[in-house]
Design a protein around this ligand. Sequence first.
Ligand SMILES: [Zn+2]
Ligand SMILES: [Zn+2]
Length: 345
Amino acid sequence: MKALTFQGERDVKVIDVPKPTITGSQDVLVRVTLGAVCGSDLHILHGHTPMNQGAVLGHEFVGVVEQAGPEVRRFEPGDRVVSSFFTSCGHCALCRKGWFNQCVDKGTFGHGEYFGGLGGGQAEYVVVPNADHSMEKIPEGMSDEQAIFVGDILATGYFGAERAEIKPGDVTAVIGAGPVGLMATMCAQLFGPARTYVVDMVDSRLEIAQELGGIPINAKEVHPVQAIERATGGIGADSSIECVGLLSAVDTAIHCVRGGGTISMVGVPSAVAGDFPYLRMWLKSLTFRAGWCNVQRYMAPLLDLIAAGRLHPEKIISHRMKLDDAEEAYRMFDAREATKIVLTP
Ligand SMILES: [Zn+2]
Ligand SMILES: [Zn+2]
């Protein structure tokens, strides 16, 4: 089968690899109908995330079940499915507490042997282990493009917004208008903020943020913390959702909220450690939450919200390309020439 593979830093290639086969009784073989390129893929491309040569990339995908292991209960051949970007067992102590992203037996798709040795979704086929706990069926009438982001960036945007504790009438600030920031902007609206400021430096991204209910702040033109303070009578936002991971963005997220406010960080950290403003956190009674999304908990309700027309995640897709052109897709996404690219095998 055709698959996009990692060949080394800044080197990915579409090549022929063996079609994966089911080995575990709870595995499902999925024929991929749509994959997407994610910001985390760029971390691999740049060598920031360790990856073995030849491993198949891609962790955002939807497809059709081609074969299901004997112990799979929720899926059968022919089902259209969306997968979480990682697998969880569903029965370890942390899964039973509802923290599927902390599962002791998890694996991440498209991240090679250091992250569970799973295959990837930028390919014609992928095997999903622990399928019952890692996938959802796509509701009838919902397109692949509508469903695909439920397994990663939409769930992450929702997770970020939920943990920002937005109340009706609040002012919230989304830091970063990349794909996750745009999803957070969209999901923030579900919690009823009066205003959602969105900070970025790329005009085309800020334009989409505006379409999704955000008020754009271009950090190239104004100091974002000062702009938010001015817009809130010198007080600051009630909450912020950090969607970049750069320490400077985390800093903005911390400094733009009012006393008693909440910071919710979902951006993948760009550094292991940095200065943390302990005194400010204490003086201002701030709440700081950080973490990567507990996807499995949100997939079903997000699919329901999409089906009901309350969320339109497909709006952020800027480019539709063939898997054969995945190398060019990575180049474009890396150069910020594209907001979000989907790939058809
Ligand atoms: Zn991702
Ligand atoms: Zn588990």
